[in-house]
Design a protein around this ligand. Structure first.
Ligand code: NAD
Ligand code: DAU
Length: 355
């Protein structure tokens, strides 16, 4: 079996459900269930004996060591992280604790376990670390997209903490020989995306008749990938990636934020028109920019395509339509994640931003 961390979050849950749809290999899912982790994301797996959910922290090496010796996984995929840039600006400490200290404790437990393996189990073992394009910093408009050799230049507490975790993972390969793989992916979108992030926030606010808060001039560029394409890339890297290597994953879909918001509004105009017949884009509200806001991300995904034959299956047009439809059809999920803590976050982040 394999062990997945952070498998109750957005990408992790999509990965776990996808994995069990495509394989009979069981999976242990270790998740702390922070505000971003939600067992409802895994409801499709209720009663499935191949899915073993464990509520716990990657920083608890006693727990992870116990799980490793009990289940003897052949691979670990580390999704667990604090993932929201704005939250890292308001309070970096959890990011340091989970993304850096937590990853360190996980690596230590894994190093001990891996050292106890023999023969094929030792040779075949992999530790796959899921990281982000944000570690490379911000690109100028005419600069080439991030390749795997681009210098690290993280700008937010979130991206700095992810960069630190990438460095630890790299060091465990170089120093101890741990067979690690690292993926650095661009912005994901799709089902179960927590509505603190741009795309789900815009859908949810639009439907609630609330303002659509665009930071600064809305011309920041992100490179969007449908979440199941990220999952297929991770599976491919796990199967065939070379230990010690990093693979950039992206969708060749660079778009300015304002264009994303207009696309979401246009889809909602078509699929769920406003009662007053007016377009949703009238709800757009320009608000104070994110401090240190990275202007542009773009991924050069040629290495994973050339070496491992991976390419995204979705275009942005197909992926965003599926996403908007999913939110329209899953309003109960949206209501359930909008707890008191969610409302407190919205008040904190947007209360201070002047329209
Ligand atoms: P998310 O915030 O939706 O989910 C994170 C999950 O990790 C949650 O289930 C949470 O409960 C769990 N978690 C947090 N701290 C933990 C801890 N100490 N121990 C165990 N579990 C813990 O994040 P996501 O968007 O699904 O991102 C998953 C991973 O992918 C992260 O490492 C992130 O940096 C990376 N990534 C995300 C994107 C993106 O666009 N969302 C893009 C590239 C890379
Ligand atoms: O690039 C990969 C990264 O993508 C991941 O590593 C992160 O975990 C993930 O959260 C995401 O980071 P971003 O900061 O790019 O995503 P977010 O959805 O928060 O913001 C996307 C863009 O939209 C960014 O330029 C900020 C802007 N934005 C965001 C919010 C929440 C707004 O204009 N208004 C908003 O209300």
């Amino acid at each position: 079996m394999i062990l997945v961390t952070g498998g109750a979050g957005f990408i992790g849950a999509n990965f776990v459900v996808d994995w069990l749809a495509q394989s009979d290999e069981g999976l242990i899912n270790l998740d702390k269930l922070t505000y971003a982790g939600n067992r409802e994301n895994l409801a499709a797996l209720a009663g499935d004996p191949r899915h073993i959910f464990v509520h716990g922290d990657i920083g608890d090496s006693d727990l992870t060591s116990r799980l490793l010796s009990q289940y003897q996984p052949r691979a670990i995929i580390n999704f667990a992280a604090e993932s929201h840039v704005d939250r890292s600006i308001h309070g970096p400490e959890d990011f340091i604790q989970t993304n850096i200290v937590g990853t360190f404790h996980l690596l230590e437990a894994v190093r001990g376990y891996w050292g106890s393996l023999h023969d094929d189990a030792l040779q075949g073992f992999r530790f796959l670390h899921v990281s982000t394009d944000e570690v490379y910093g911000s690109l100028a408009r005419d600069e080439a997209a991030f390749s795997e050799t681009h210098r690290y230049e993280p700008n937010s507490p979130y991206s700095a903490s992810k960069a630190a975790s990438d460095h630890l993972v790299r060091a465990y390969h170089h120093t101890y020989g741990l067979p690690v793989l690292t993926t650095n992916c661009s912005n994901n979108y799709g089902p179960y995306h927590f509505p603190e992030k741009l795309i789900p926030l815009m859908i949810v606010n639009a439907l609630a008749g609330k303002p659509l808060p665009v930071y600064g001039d809305g011309q920041q560029i992100r490179d969007w990938l449908y979440v199941t394409d990220h999952c297929s890339a991770i599976r491919r890297v796990l199967d065939a990636g070379r230990p010690g290597e990093t693979y950039n994953v992206g969708g060749w879909n660079e778009k300015p934020n304002l264009e994303i918001v207009h696309t979401v509004c246009a889809l909602l105009d078509e699929l769920r028109p406003r009662a007053d017949g007016k377009p949703y884009r009238e709800q757009i509200s320009y608000v104070t920019d994110r401090p240190g806001h990275d202007r542009r991300y773009a991924i050069d995904a040629r290495k994973i395509e050339r070496e491992l034959g991976w390419k995204p299956a979705e275009t942005f047009a197909t992926g965003i339509r599926k996403t908007v439809l999913w939110y329209l059809e899953n309003q109960d999920w949206v209501r359930n994640v909008q707890s008191g803590a969610y409302r407190a976050w919205v008040e904190r982040n947007y209360g201070e931003r002047q329209p």
